[in-house]
Design a protein around this ligand. Structure first.
Ligand code: ZN
Length: 101
């Protein structure tokens, strides 16, 4: 019980660490309870938890919509356009100084 009261009077930094940890791992029952009670009274930690949850949902959404970069392949036409653009860019960088004016 003493440990529980220590949790209740923990500074917000401790709660934000627990909230962040809860996104990746399951908190103990004591941690969950302490976070809920603290969040009931602390608007800042409630807001932090809400933002972390929204960020997690957004990242999950992006991850589902975007193909994995390793699986992306360029077709021959796109590869050719990219090479031409790179070659042109490189030739512009190497042009004589007189041509720059
Ligand atoms: Zn707080």
């Amino acid at each position: 019980m003493k440990r529980f009261f220590q949790f209740l009077f923990m500074p917000c930094e401790g709660y934000t660490e627990l909230i962040s940890a809860s996104m990746d791992t399951d908190l103990t029952r004591l941690d969950r309870c302490a976070v809920r009670i603290h969040a009931t009274f602390c608007k800042g930690c409630r807001q932090y938890r809400k933002q972390i949850m929204q960020l997690r949902i957004m990242l999950r959404s992006v991850d589902e919509k975007m193909p994995c970069i390793e699986s992306m392949q360029l077709d021959d036409q796109a590869r050719s356009r990219l090479l031409n653009a790179l070659n042109q860019e490189m030739s512009n960088d190497n042009r004589p100084v007189d041509d720059a004016d």
